[in-house]
Design a binder for this molecule. Structure first.
Ligand code: FMN
Ligand code: SF4
Length: 463
């Protein structure tokens, strides 16, 4: 029997008659978890979140409880801020917007609890600029929550005050990187800050301690308060707890967003049972499992996965791509990452050089330009893949791509460096024959033939 979805965050989303207004939310038990939270101490809620083992859903999978633990409100002389990261600009990712459009009060309830737990009195939702409707829905939801006494002064009759403001983003991918986001929120260009010293928990918004969490992460908080951290930790598997929103796009019959217990299903079950298989009955070629910056995985490849057995000893198994379970640790062991939950599926008809050229175009456009390796390197990589798909590649191009990528990753201010280098490193390493075909045989992708004049920059040839 196919694995069933476990809808925690999406429990009401897309249900007949469910609307984003507060009356509907209250009719469905909304804000009960906030009322419960307000009877607890903030540190007790932080302890429950630590027990839950919740990991961030924005990309890096960092422990939410640990992040909150860096902030000790008692020791702080400065205000503490909380920012909900609703930028959602990682290609292949379309989950946070569903929550915002269809169940905004779930996010607000999670945020209010998170703010109360961390003694935050002013919070922001930084929403991607293009989500005009989403910003309007959130503004309305905030006004409704205020009218009902869940926001503003003396929330629900307690002595706790909180204001939440919606801030529309500046329309760039880098605005989703937490320190770039903070700069943008402060009214500046979204140039990421160097860490250390600018860890948001220490020197964040207005140089005050700041928690930045993803939309989905914050929604989980209300469920943790309702069921308790230990009960929540039983969902999924150790260190990979809770549910995960998965966004499937590309060459499958039924793309869409789904919610499963973390690690409850394999890649094969997701593609074949949930998404109806590869489009047109064709064969699978590759999968990017966590948004475009995650390393690509190739069908037919074998992965050695180490895992802990119930008795605490380690075991190693060799598995294929379709046997990989969708959790943080297994995807990391397979050499990629769960990232933002954006799963991009490519079938046998895809030209992998063309796919990489597409990704490179995005990153070359989105580099903020502060660091030389990222600014120059992302553009070089785009130029090289552009000429490869135009049938004007040079024999050394695959090697050149690798060299440039290797010299970006680990040498930049923010993780955008890795985000643009990892696709290049993995595509070139995993599909050498396709890159060689374009480079040696000067094969053009049909749609791109003759689109780029060869640009044999002396520096690029020499590298
Ligand atoms: C280039 C770049 C873009 C990012 N974009 C997003 C984004 O759109 N949404 C998001 O939640 N996190 C994004 N992140 C991750 C954030 O920096 C941060 O880690 C995250 O918001 C923390 O939330 P979490 O702990 O709840 O996952 C991005 C990171 C990088 C390096
Ligand atoms: S790595 Fe790229 S995006 Fe990040 S700060 Fe440097 S230039 Fe900007």
């Amino acid at each position: 029997m196919p694995v069933q979805e476990r809808r925690l965050i999406l429990a009401n989303i897309d249900r007949d008659g469910y609307t984003p207004d507060i009356d509907c939310y209250l009719r469905n038990g909304g804000y009960a978890d906030l009322k419960k939270a307000l009877t607890l101490d903030g540190p007790a809620i932080v302890a429950e979140v630590k027990t839950s083992q919740l990991r961030g859903r924005g990309g890096a999978g960092f422990s939410c409880g640990m992040k909150w633990g860096f902030i000790d409100p008692k020791k702080n002389t400065k205000p503490v801020y909380l920012i909900c990261n609703a930028d959602e600009s990682e290609p292949g990712t379309f989950k946070d917007r569903q929550i915002i459009y269809k169940d905004p009060h779930q996010l607000l309830e999670g945020m209010i609890i998170a703010c109360y737990a961390n003694n935050v009195h002013l919070a922001y939702i930084y929403i991607r600029g293009e989500f005009v409707l989403g910003a309007q829905i959130l503004e309305k939801a905030i006004a409704e929550a205020k009218t009902e006494g869940f926001l503003g002064k003396a929330i629900n009759g307690t002595g706790y005050d909180l204001e939440i403001y919606v801030h529309r983003g500046a329309g760039a991918y880098i605005c989703g990187e937490e320190t770039g986001l903070i700069e943008s929120l402060e009214g500046k260009r979204a140039y990421p800050r160097i860490k250390p010293p600018y860890f948001p928990a220490v020197l964040g918004l207005y140089m005050c301690p700041t928690i930045v969490n993803n939309v989905e992460t914050l929604c989980n908080i209300k469920h943790i308060v309702r069921m308790g951290g230990a009960e929540f930790a039983k969902i999924g598997k150790p260190n990979n707890t809770g549910t995960r929103l998965l966004c499937v796009s590309g060459d499958v019959e039924k793309p869409g967003y789904f919610e499963f217990e973390v690690g409850a299903l394999t890649m094969g079950e997701l593609i074949n049972d949930v998404c109806g298989g590869i489009k047109g009955g064709r064969k699978l070629k590759a999968i990017i499992p966590g948004g475009s910056s995650a390393k690509v995985l190739r069908a037919g490849e074998r992965y050695k996965i180490k895992s802990k057995k119930p008795d605490g000893t380690m075991e190693e198994k060799e598995i294929g791509l379709l046997d990989i379970t969708l959790d943080f640790d297994t995807l990391a062991a397979a050499g990629s990452m769960a990232g933002s939950g954006g799963i991009i599926v490519m079938d046998e008809t895809r030209d992998m050089v063309e796919c990489l050229a597409n990704i490179n175009t995005f990153y070359a456009h989105e580099s903020c330009g502060q660091c030389t390796p990222c600014r120059e390197g992302s553009l070089w990589m785009k130029k090289v893949t552009d000429r490869l798909v135009a049938g004007e590649g040079l024999p050394g191009d695959p090697k050149l791509l690798k060299t440039v990528a290797d010299n970006i990753a680990g040498r930049t201010i923010c993780a955008f460096g890795e985000a643009c280098a990892w696709p290049v490193q993995s595509f070139v390493a995993k599909f050498p024959e396709e890159f060689a075909k374009h480079a040696e045989g000067k094969v053009a992708t049909a749609a791109r033939k003759g689109t780029v004049a060869q640009e044999p920059s002396k520096a690029m040839e020499a590298a």
